[in-house]
Write a protein that binds this ligand. Structure first.
Ligand SMILES: C[S@@+](CC[C@H](N)C(=O)[O-])C[C@H]1O[C@@H](n2cnc3c(N)ncnc32)[C@H](O)[C@@H]1O
Length: 237
């Protein structure tokens, strides 16, 4: 069985040295049977908290930050990411952004109303340190908003390619208990999503964004295919 590396510095710098892989992956996802987009839920959760100041870790290309700032133009927003390319992409859409590791944020104690960690806590080498850091920067009563995936996220495609489901350190199955070690009030909404591929080449290209071996091992198929994804949005106070 083939296992995909999720946390090592080498894997991270290869994976996120440029924005292309992340953009390719984002492009295939659409709502599942409920017709709900996790990104919409994430954005609305932040907007509903009516924050004055937000810090985001692992901001990627900055699309979520941009949409939150469009909805809340007065907010003081700081987007951070370990990857310089991601920070440059985020700054290019007009969002204040700096290179920073999630465990060492350039933010004073208790200065943020909301912290956002979208699809990134499964990557950090020391999750407990990062959660301690998020607790440090949040004001008392502030909210951490998190997105992550479940164990069976895209498992159908991974299995077809001879891989294993991505059982990370922060799946939606364990995220709640892990957050409760640092936060008193944790709520979770599970959302089924759908990845759609026009053809075999598109599915292989998706796999290649994080694992060339899996891409090469995907048996040929004709026509379009789609696969279920499992995501969760959590809030912690
Ligand atoms: C799967 S992407 C998610 C990006 C974005 N949040 C989104 O939803 O599209 C993970 C991001 O986390 C960043 N990242 C990984 N490890 C990190 C760390 N230890 N500290 C800060 N950012 C990190 C990567 O560079 C990448 O941009």
């Amino acid at each position: 069985m083939h296992r995909t590396e999720m946390t090592t510095p080498d894997a991270m710098s290869t994976q996120y040295a440029s924005t292309g892989r992340l953009a390719t992956r984002r492009g295939v996802w659409g709502p599942g049977p409920e017709g709900v987009s996790p990104t919409d839920v994430l954005r609305q959760t932040v907007v509903d908290a009516a924050p004055h100041s937000v810090v985001e870790i692992g901001c990627g290309t900055g699309h979520l930050a941009r949409s939150i700032l469009d909805a809340l133009p007065e907010v003081t927003y700081l987007a951070t990411d370990l990857s310089r390319a991601m920070v440059e992409s985020t700054a290019a859409v007009g969002v204040p952004a700096v290179v920073a590791a999630a465990h060492e944020l350039p933010v004073p104690d208790q200065s943020c109303d909301v912290a956002v960690a979208a699809w990134m806590l499964y990557h950090v080498p020391d999750l407990e340190t990062v959660l301690t850091e998020l607790r440090r920067v949040l004001r008392p009563g502030g909210t951490l908003v998190v997105a992550t995936n479940g164990e069976s996220h895209l498992a159908g495609l991974l299995r077809e390619a001879g891989g294993e489901p991505l059982v990370t350190q922060f799946t939606s199955e364990v995220a709640g208990p892990l957050l409760r070690r640092h936060f008193g009030d944790v709520a979770q909404r599970d959302i089924e999503t759908r990845a759609s591929f026009d053809d075999h080449a598109a599915a292989a290209a998706y796999l290649a964004t994080f694992d060339e071996g899996l891409a090469g091992a995907l048996p040929p198929f004709d026509g379009p295919r789609s696969y279920a994804g499992h995501t969760a949005i959590l809030t912690a106070r």
